[in-house]
Write a protein that binds this ligand. Structure first.
Ligand code: NDP
Length: 271
């Protein structure tokens, strides 16, 4: 199989989501998706928008890609806005979220999706590589969650969804820092779920398997061939397959679900 697998276009994502979920499912909700400009985050943002949420599409540097996500949401009658901030920068992120809360009246849904994988064999790993993984994937999720929590507590409702990874469950050669950041995110998920349960804020994690995005397109044909051998469904995933789980976790359908980890991985990891 080719390592580059076709994925649904932004317009197709909105159309397909509307077949699985009602266009009013998230009406009245305000959602923030970090890293919503590309890949999994883009599909998540479009899916939430197609279900009626007003969506803030965060990005780090790729303004035109973020604008494409916004356009796909608007094309199906939804509302969205692209906002730049670097989740690894605590001050910048906290200030940006504070300003957005004033404008939108607080968030109902936060999806901590922004992520990087700076990989290297452990003995060669540089401090910068370790820090990049931890600061974006783990600290970024902490900072964003902290920034929205007070607003959610005031509303006495909220959904925080952390995009971890199957690598956080299993570990992987060459990915010690990435795995540590994603496993750490599962610990953050469970602790926050316990701390915020009484405030009616549900916190859950999704662990994608191998999904076709820019992050995985850098992987060579040989690596993808090996990966496919580990996937009972014998294919990579499409970003929309993660988005469908996130819509469920963002909706009232999941109101009695908290502190859980959902692997969406074609059967790659089973416990
Ligand atoms: P991509 O590389 O395709 O996209 C990454 C997204 O994150 C972009 O929107 C990018 O913004 C944004 N981003 C990166 N750093 C920052 C930052 N410091 N601040 C704000 N935004 C940032 O990644 P994927 O879509 O593949 O991955 C999304 C999430 O899913 C990640 O957390 C990843 O670890 C996780 N995941 C992915 C898997 C896969 O197979 N693809 C498997 C398991 C987990 P910009 O466009 O501006 O650069």
């Amino acid at each position: 199989m080719s390592s580059t697998q076709d994925i649904l276009s932004p317009t197709q994502v909105a159309e397909h989501i509307r077949k699985s979920y009602n266009a009013q499912l998230l009406a009245g909700k305000v959602a923030l998706v970090t890293g919503g400009s590309r890949g999994i985050g883009r599909s998540i943002a479009i899916a939430l928008g197609a279900c009626g949420a007003r969506v803030v599409v965060n990005y780090a540097g790729n303004a035109s890609a973020a604008q494409e996500t916004v356009a796909a949401i608007e094309a199906v009658g939804g509302q969205a806005r692209a906002v730049q901030f670097d989740v690894s920068n605590s001050t910048q992120t906290t200030e940006a979220i504070k300003a957005l809360e004033k404008e939108f009246g607080g968030f109902d849904v936060l999806v901590n999706n922004a992520g990087v994988s700076r990989d290297n064999l452990f003995i060669k790993m540089k401090d910068e590589e370790w820090d990049a993984n931890i600061n974006t994937n783990l600290k970024g999720s902490f900072v964003c969650s902290r920034a929205v929590t007070m607003g959610m507590m005031r509303k006495r409702a909220g959904k925080i969804i952390n995009i971890s990874s199957v690598i956080g469950l299993t570990g992987n050669v060459g990915q010690a820092a990435y795995a540590a950041s994603k496993a750490g995110l599962l610990g953050l998920t469970k602790s926050l779920a316990k701390e915020l349960a009484s405030r009616n804020i549900q916190v859950n994690a999704v662990c994608p398997g191998y999904i076709t995005t820019d992050m995985t397109s850098a992987h060579g044909e040989k690596l993808i061939e090996n990966v496919l051998k580990q996937i009972p469904m014998e294919r990579l995933g499409d970003p929309i397959e993660i988005a469908r789980m996130v819509v469920f976790l963002a909706s009232d359908a999941s109101n009695y679900v908290t502190g859980q980890t959902f692997a969406v991985d074609g059967g790659m990891t089973m416990v």
